[in-house]
Write a protein that binds this ligand. Structure first.
Ligand SMILES: [Zn+2]
Length: 613
């Protein structure tokens, strides 16, 4: 018998929020029961900020005053979570609400004041000799909790300059965003999106969104080729300008590295998280040696698609026509089932997320797009979805649930100061949950077509999240080395690096296309956040490595791997990422860890080959 309050989204119509039954909407009362309580919490935070400012000048007096300041800072932080998320989650329910938006902005203003009122803390702590602080951490057990926070602050300090030097750096800081701002202006604000006429006569404005959708869905190679060439042509036409802007990024990074006494730009980028450069170098080298399964996949695609040529615009189209719908009410149970390998307790927590209304499921008028997991300290994680019953939506749910369980376990096990975790480990639990979910879906698939779609989904995600990101990291490293070695940076030198990487990855499995050389110009990450994307790949490699243990058929080995993995989640941000990962038995400086991905890919491609025979 169907439940009375069942709901399924209909395409083409967007419900009001009221039309969606309550059980599909998150329950924010775990944060604040109502706006009155929120106002009181806001006022408490306001006074906590003032109280904290009054502690300025006390830190050097000894361990007790330092401890008091740390605790006051934590108290502020805890209140800040609740004050922020109660307003911002409600804003995301319907972004047209001016009332809620006003409250959200009120919090932002308070946060700016909080930042000002606490800006004295780090410099004052850093002015105490490290040996003195270490002796205090030894002497006072409660203060000892803050050891890693203190050590990492002093570690960051290693490359801070004297006052005159920092003053000069702060003046130069105003130029930092110029290359990326110019890049954005050129690619968005001032961009003239070309118009493309498809083979059926329809005209299309070629924005990035339309371009991607066309490559992923249009079965006509002629249309895909035309879209690809036209899209890249706009970058090729401006390639000298893009090269000059990218040179600005590279020169800026090299200036910062040298001014702060780092040997290379990579050293500078990795210092904060204390990651050895060998991790990135190992990632790049081992991945390049492990491209065979990727080529095997593309050879298979070339054969199945059956055209005379196979190019970069042919790599995303589906191999079979199959669209299944996945109603939310069924999928919830599958997600719970899929995490069984992680133990009954973990499974119970996932069930709580569904039963306790931690999830805002469906799209409604005014709701924020996309999906996220919000780590609300003092309550529990909340997830926002725009669930539309597609396979992508199901995997997004599995992904966000992974983030949420990480948050939950970390918040339960860690003191506030270490409750948050860095991006370097953040995508491990989310991708691991996706991997578990894929295993379950493949077991339960009802048809050959469904298995093919699932395998393609998994393989494309390894290709896109791992191989492509490592190729990007390789490009960034080679480009930065140009300036480090006083080599000229021109469109031609960048095109040559990129073309060389395409060859190294795809060989002759994908037919060459001249305009692909300029692809670097359309990757915003290169211009906005250098040396960032490799972290997706290291997370992916860690997950592949962990899954080898979780899937192990030897019970002792499996139980061991699961226990170590859960320890990683519980460890939150209590140490540097490399140390945390080693808790889980993952060593990213080892070739075997990175090789776990190509092994995994090879297994999936072999399976896909059998299905497509
Ligand atoms: Zn994620």
């Amino acid at each position: 018998m169907p439940m009375l309050d069942t709901f399924r989204p209909e395409s083409g119509s967007l419900p009001t929020r009221d039309a969606i039954p309550t059980r599909y909407k998150w329950d924010l009362t775990s944060i604040c029961t109502n706006w009155d309580e929120w106002s009181r919490t806001y006022a408490t935070l306001d006074s906590a900020i003032n109280a904290f400012a009054a502690l300025q000048g006390t830190l050097a007096q000894g361990p007790e005053p330092l401890l008091a300041a740390f605790q006051a800072m934590d108290a502020m932080g805890e209140l800040a979570y609740r004050v922020w998320y109660f307003a911002s989650l409600q804003y995301d329910e319907d972004q047209r609400s001016n009332d809620v938006n006003a409250r959200r902005q009120q919090v932002q203003i308070l946060f700016a004041r909080q930042q000002q009122a606490s800006s004295w803390f780090n410099p004052e702590l850093l002015s105490i000799p490290l040996d003195t602080v270490r002796a205090w951490l030894e002497a006072n057990a409660t203060l000892g909790t803050y050891r890693f926070a203190v050590e990492s602050l002093f570690h960051e300090q290693e490359h801070v300059l004297d006052e005159a030097g920092e003053r000069l750096m702060s003046f130069a800081g105003r130029f930092n965003s110029v290359p990326y701002d110019s890049y954005s202006a050129l690619t968005t604000a001032d961009a003239k999106h070309p118009s493309l006429t498809l083979s059926d006569g329809r005209a299309l404005t070629l924005t990035y969104g339309h371009y991607r959708a066309l490559l992923e869905t249009n079965p006509n190679q002629v249309d895909r080729a035309a879209a690809y060439r036209l899209f890249h042509q706009t970058f090729s036409d401006n390639q000298n300008t893009y090269a000059a802007l990218y040179n600005g990024v590279l020169q800026r990074d090299w200036f910062h590295a040298r001014a702060r006494g780092y040997a290379t730009t990579l050293d500078a980028a990795l210092h904060g998280n204390n990651i050895p450069t060998s991790v990135v170098e190992n990632l790049i080298e081992v991945t390049k040696q492990g491209v065979e399964p990727l080529r095997r996949y593309h050879r298979l695609r070339r054969r199945v698609l059956g055209g005379d040529t196979y190019r970069l615009f042919d790599v995303f189209v589906p191999l079979v026509a199959h669209t299944a719908q996945y109603p939310y009410d069924e999928v919830g149970g599958w997600i719970v089932d899929s995490v069984a390998p992680l133990g009954a307790e973990y499974q119970q927590q996932v069930r709580r997320a569904f039963d306790g209304r931690w999830i805002d499921v469906f799209e409604n008028q005014g709701k924020r797009s996309g999906a996220y997991s919000a780590p609300v300290y003092g309550a529990h994680p909340y997830m926002l979805l725009n669930y539309n019953e597609t396979l992508d939506a199901v995997f997004t749910l599995a992904h966000e649930m992974g983030h949420s369980m990480h948050t939950l376990l970390s918040h339960q096990a860690q003191p506030f100061v270490y409750a948050g975790y860095t991006i370097f480990v953040a995508e491990v639990p989310s991708t691991l949950n996706e991997a578990l979910f894929l295993d379950l879906m493949l077991d339960r698939a009802k048809s050959r077509e469904e298995r093919i779609v699932l395998l393609q989904h998994a393989i494309d995600s390894i290709a896109g999240t791992f191989y492509t990101q490592v190729l990007f990291a390789d490009f960034e490293l080679q480009a930065h080395r140009l300036v480090e070695q006083d080599q000229p940076v021109t469109a031609e030198s960048l095109n040559t690096i990129y073309a060389g990487l395409l060859d190294a990855y795809y060989g002759d499995v994908i037919d060459r296309e001249e305009v692909s050389r300029v692809t670097w110009a359309r990757i915003p990450h290169f211009f906005s956040t250098p040396y960032y994307v490799y972290q997706y790949a290291t997370c992916f490699a860690s997950t592949a490595r962990l899954m080898q243990g979780v899937r192990s058929t030897a019970p002792g080995e499996r139980a061991d791997a699961v226990a170590r993995y859960l320890n990683l989640l519980k460890a939150g941000g209590s140490d540097y990422p490399m140390n945390l990962l080693s808790l889980a038995g993952v060593d990213l400086s080892q070739p075997d860890t990175v090789r776990a991905v190509s092994t995994e890919l090879d297994t999936l491609v072999a399976r896909l080959e059998r299905e497509l025979q």
